[in-house]
Write a protein that binds this ligand. Structure first.
Ligand code: SF4
Length: 748
C-alpha cells in the first residue's frame, strides 16, 4: 500500500526482528490526521476504518492473518525500508527487515485499553476475532484500565505477599523498557520473579559463559568471521535465522575462511562449507568431548595459553581421556576418523571462531553443550584475538539488551549476583528501596507455580507464552488459572486472550529507545510513525502502573531512563545518550570517553575473580525423552526465514505472511515415502502432550527420522507438542528434541 504516496520523512532506526541488529531507514508518508497521539482525542484512528464495535461472525485465525494492512490517508505509513551502513549490516537487509513493517497498520491493531467482560471465560476461543475484540472485552479509559490493572496486582500482593506476583517482559522492547519492567517487579512487586524469552533461547549459553569466562556476551562480533581462518557453525541456521550475519560468513568463505558446519540438520550454508558433519540429534556432548580428547591426546592443545589464562585444565584432560572418538562415535553417529579430522582442523587453525544457536542451547544438556564449546575454544587459545572467539548468535533483536538490563530472575542488571551485597546495596541506593536477594522463578517454573497457587497474578509485556512456552496445554491452563493477568501488547495476542486487562502499546516503528544486538552493539531506534488511537509507549504504561502501586516514578522519557541505567550498569560506561544519538551504534564495553568499543574481548584475561577462564567437564547425557515404538521420530522446532518468533508481527505483515501463509512440517523425502504421504499432503504429529495436523514439505536437508515444525502458527501450534523438561542450570526447555509419532491425515 501507499506505493504512490510521497515520502515525507526519512527516519534512521534499527530492525526489530533478529539479533543481528541491521540499521535501516524508514521512508514515511505522513497522514493527514493530526491527533493520532494524545490523551482523550478521537481523531483519525484505525477504529475509523473498521467497525470496531461490530461483533463479527466466526472468523478463523487463518482468515484474519491474511487481512491487508489498513490503507488510509489519515495515517502515517512506512512506504519503503532500505538498509543503512550499520556495523552489522553494511546496507544489507533480509526479507523481514525489508518487507516486515506494515504490521502496525494491521486491522487487528489494539487502539484502546480493554477490560474483560463479566462472565466471559479466559482462554482461546475459536470464535474470537482479534479485529473485533469487543465480543469478549469492553473498552475502557486509560485511567480505569490502569486502576483495575494495578489494583488487581496490589490486592494479590496484600493478600498473599510479594511472591504471588510475577512478570514476563519482552526482548522486543527497548533497553529502557526492560530496565523499567524489571525495576517494577523488583521494587513494586517485591520479588525477583521476572523473566523473558532468553529463558527459551540462550539461557543455558549465558549460564555456561558466566561460569566459564565470567561474561554472558559474545567474545567477538560476527564481523570477525572475516578475519578467521576457520569458523564452526553448530546448532544454528544463520541463512534462515540470522540472514545478514550469514552474508558475512559467505564473504569470509569466498576469501578463504573454512566453514565447518556441525548440525543434525544439513544447513543451506553447507554449500559454502569446507566440511559438513551431521550428527545424531541430542548427541552434541559426546561429539564435542571426543574432539577435546583428540586435541588434548594428540598434543594439539595450546599449553602456553592454557597456563596463562585458564584454570582446572588437568581435571578436563583427565575427564576426556576415556571419551575417545571410537567410544563416542556410536553415540553421535560420526565416524571416528571424521571426528579426528575436524578436531585437528579446529585446533591447528591460526584463528578460529565458534558460532552457535538454539540447537545447542535448547536441550536439557544445553549448558553442557555450551561448556564443551567454551572448553574447545580455551584449549586451543581461540579467544581474545582478532578472528577468534565464542559467539552465541542471539535470537531476538534485544535479547542481549533485555538480559543486560536485568530482566532475569537470578541476577541484577549487568548479571550482578543477587547475593552480592555491594551490588545489591548500589541498586538499593539508586532506587531507594530494599531489594530481595532470593532468586526468582523462571518462565516454565512460573507456569508450575501458578498451578500450585503460588503465583496468582502476572504482568506480561510483549511476551506471548500462550504460543512460546513448551507443553502449551499446561501453559495455557496456567494462564487461565491466574487470578489477575495484565497484558500489554500491540495486538490481542493468544496470551492477551487470557487477560483481565489489555493495555495497548506502541509498535517498534512508533518508539524511541536503544537496543543491543548480538555483537554487544548498543544502537539507537527512532520513532517514524505516530501511534494510532490511544496506544501509549511501553515505558509510559509501566510507569503509570508503578505510580498506582505506590512508586514515585517520574521519567520524562527514554533518555532519562537510560541515564539511570548508566548509574546502575558499568557496561554502559562511556556510552551516553547523546553519543548514541549521534553515532547510532557503540559497542560495549567502551573503555574510554569517545573511544571505540571493544569488538573483541578477553585479550587481557577474563572478568572472573582469578582473571582466568575455567574448564567445566561434562558427561554425555541423552535427551529427556527416548524414542520408542509408540513415538519413534524426533520432533524439532524452530523458525522460518519469513516469520518471527510467535508470529504476532510477521503473520500480520502482508508480504511475509503471503510468502509463508500456512503451517508446514518439513521431512526428508525418504520419510515422506515411508509414510505414504506426498509433499503438500496432511500430516498428523502426536507427542506425549498433544497432537497437531499440518501440511508437509519435502526437505532433503532434514535427516530421516526427524520432523521440523516452525512454532509461529497458532492454527497448528508446535508447542502443543514440545517437552517442558528443563536444563538443570539454564532452566531452558528441550525444544529441540521430543519423541513423536507421524501419520497421514485427511486434511491439514
Ligand atoms: Fe532484521 Fe535480522 Fe533480517 Fe537484519 S538479518 S534485516 S536484523 S531480521
Amino acid at each position: 500500500h501507499g506505493d504512490s504516496a510521497a515520502v515525507d520523512a526519512r527516519v534512521a532506526s534499527v530492525c526489530p526482528y533478529c539479533g543481528v541488529g541491521c540499521q535501516l531507514e524508514y521512508q514515511v508518508s505522513r497522514g493527514s490526521g493530526e491527533a493520532l497521539v494524545g490523551e482523550g482525542q478521537q481523531a483519525a484512528t484505525l477504529a475509523d476504518v473498521r467497525e470496531l464495535s461490530a461483533p463479527s461472525d466466526a472468523i478463523t485465525r487463518e482468515a484474519t492473518s491474511h487481512r491487508q494492512p489498513v490503507a488510509d490517508a489519515r495515517l502515517d505509513n512506512i512506504i519503503a525500508v532500505s538498509g543503512r551502513d550499520g556495523p552489522s549490516n553494511h546496507g544489507r537487509l533480509c526479507v523481514k527487515g525489508r518487507f516486515g513493517f506494515d504490521y502496525p497498520r494491521h486491522p487487528e491493531r489494539l487502539i484502546r485499553p480493554l477490560i474483560r467482560r463479566d462472565g466471559v471465560a479466559k482462554g482461546l476461543d475459536a470464535n474470537f476475532d482479534p479485529a473485533h475484540p469487543l465480543t469478549h472485552f469492553r473498552e475502557a479509559s486509560w485511567d480505569e484500565a490502569l486502576e483495575v490493572a494495578a489494583e488487581g496486582l496490589m490486592r494479590l500482593k496484600r493478600a498473599h505477599g510479594p511472591d504471588s506476583l510475577a512478570g514476563f517482559g519482552s526482548a522486543k522492547c527497548t533497553n529502557e523498557e526492560a530496565w523499567l519492567f524489571q525495576k517494577l517487579v523488583r521494587t513494586g512487586f517485591g520479588s525477583n520473579h521476572v523473566d523473558h524469552c532468553t529463558r527459551l533461547c540462550h539461557a543455558s549459553s549465558v549460564a555456561a559463559l558466566m561460569e566459564g569466562v565470567g561474561s554472558g556476551g559474545v567474545s567477538a562480533s560476527f564481523m570477525q568471521a572475516e578475519q578467521s581462518d576457520l569458523i564452526v557453525l553448530t546448532g544454528c541456521n544463520p541463512g534462515v535465522n540470522h540472514p545478514v550475519a550469514a552474508t558475512f560468513f559467505k564473504r569470509a568463505a569466498r576469501r578463504g575462511t573454512r566453514i565447518v558446519v556441525i548440525d543434525p540438520r544439513a544447513l543451506a550454508l553447507r554449500r559454502h562449507a569446507h566440511r559438513s558433519i551431521q550428527f545424531t540429534p541430542g548427541a552434541d556432548v559426546a561429539l564435542f568431548n571426543a574432539m577435546l580428547n583428540v586435541i588434548i591426546t594428540e598434543g594439539l592443545a595450546n599449553q602456553a595459553y592454557i597456563e596463562a589464562h585458564t584454570e582446572d585444565f588437568a581435571a578436563l584432560a583427565e575427564h576426556v581421556t576415556a571419551l575417545t572418538p571410537e567410544a563416542m562415535s556410536p553415540l553421535c553417529g560420526v565416524a571416528a576418523e571424521e571426528i579426528r579430522a575436524v578436531a585437528r582442523e579446529y585446533a591447528t587453525a591460526e584463528r578460529a571462531m565458534i558460532f552457535w544457536g538454539m540447537g545447542i542451547s535448547q536441550h536439557t544438556h544445553g549448558t553442557d553443550n555450551a561448556r564443551c564449546l567454551i572448553a574447545l575454544a580455551l584449549v586451543c587459545g581461540h579467544v581474545g584475538r582478532e578472528g577468534t572467539g565464542l559467539h552465541p548468535l542471539r535470537g531476538q533483536n534485544n535479547v542481549q539488551g533485555a538480559s543486560d538490563a536485568g530482566m532475569i530472575p537470578m541476577v541484577f542488571p549487568d548479571y550482578q549476583p543477587l547475593g552480592d551485597t555491594a551490588a545489591r546495596a548500589r541498586l538499593e541506593a539508586l532506587w531507594d528501596t530494599p531489594l530481595s536477594a532470593t532468586p526468582g522463578l523462571t518462565v516454565v517454573e512460573i507456569m508450575h507455580a501458578i498451578h500450585a497457587d503460588q503465583i496468582r497474578g502476572m504482568y506480561i509485556l510483549g511476551e506471548n507464552p500462550a504460543m512460546s512456552d513448551p507443553d502449551l496445554d499446561h501453559a495455557r491452563s496456567a494462564l487461565a488459572h491466574l487470578e489477575h493477568l495484565v497484558v500489554q501488547d500491540i495486538f490481542v495476542t493468544e496470551t492477551a486472550q487470557f487477560a483481565d486487562v489489555v493495555l495497548p502499546s506502541y509498535a517498534w516503528p512508533e518508539k524511541d529507545g536503544s537496543v543491543t544486538n548480538t555483537n554487544r552493539q548498543v544502537q539507537r531506534g527512532r520513532a517514524a510513525l505516530r501511534a494510532p488511537g490511544e496506544a501509549k509507549p511501553d515505558w509510559w504504561i509501566t510507569q503509570q502502573l508503578a505510580r498506582r502501586m505506590g512508586l514515585a516514578w517520574d521519567y520524562a522519557g527514554p533518555q532519562e531512563i537510560y541515564a539511570e541505567m548508566q548509574q546502575g550498569m558499568d557496561s554502559l560506561d562511556n556510552i551516553d545518550w547523546a553519543r548514541l544519538s549521534e553515532e547510532n551504534s557503540v559497542t560495549y564495553p567502551c573503555l574510554t570517553p569517545g573511544g571505540e568499543g571493544e569488538d573483541v574481548v578477553f585479550g587481557e584475561g577474563f572478568p572472573r575473580a582469578s582473571g582466568r577462564a575455567r574448564f567445566v567437564p561434562t558427561w554425555p547425557t541423552p535427551p529427556d525423552e527416548t524414542l520408542d515404538d509408540d513415538y519413534p521420530t524426533v520432533l524439532t522446532t524452530g523458525r522460518q526465514l519469513e516469520h518471527w518468533h510467535t508470529g504476532s508481527m510477521t503473520r500480520r505483515a502482508y508480504v511475509l505472511d503471503s510468502l509463508e501463509p500456512a503451517a508446514v512440517a518439513t521431512l526428508n523425502p525418504v520419510e515422506l515415502e515411508r509414510l505414504g504421504i506426498a509433499a503438500g499432503e496432511a500430516l498428523s504429529i502426536t507427542t506425549r502432550r498433544g497432537q497437531i495436523t499440518l501440511a508437509t514439505r519435502a526437505d532433503p536437508l532434514t535427516p530421516a527420522g526427524m520432523v521440523f515444525v516452525p512454532f509461529c502458527y497458532a492454527e497448528a501450534a508446535a508447542n502443543l507438542l514440545t517437552n517442558p523438561a528443563l536444563d538443570p542450570v539454564g532452566k531452558i526447555p528441550e525444544f529441540k528434541y521430543a519423541a513423536c509419532r507421524l501419520a497421514r491425515a485427511e486434511s491439514a
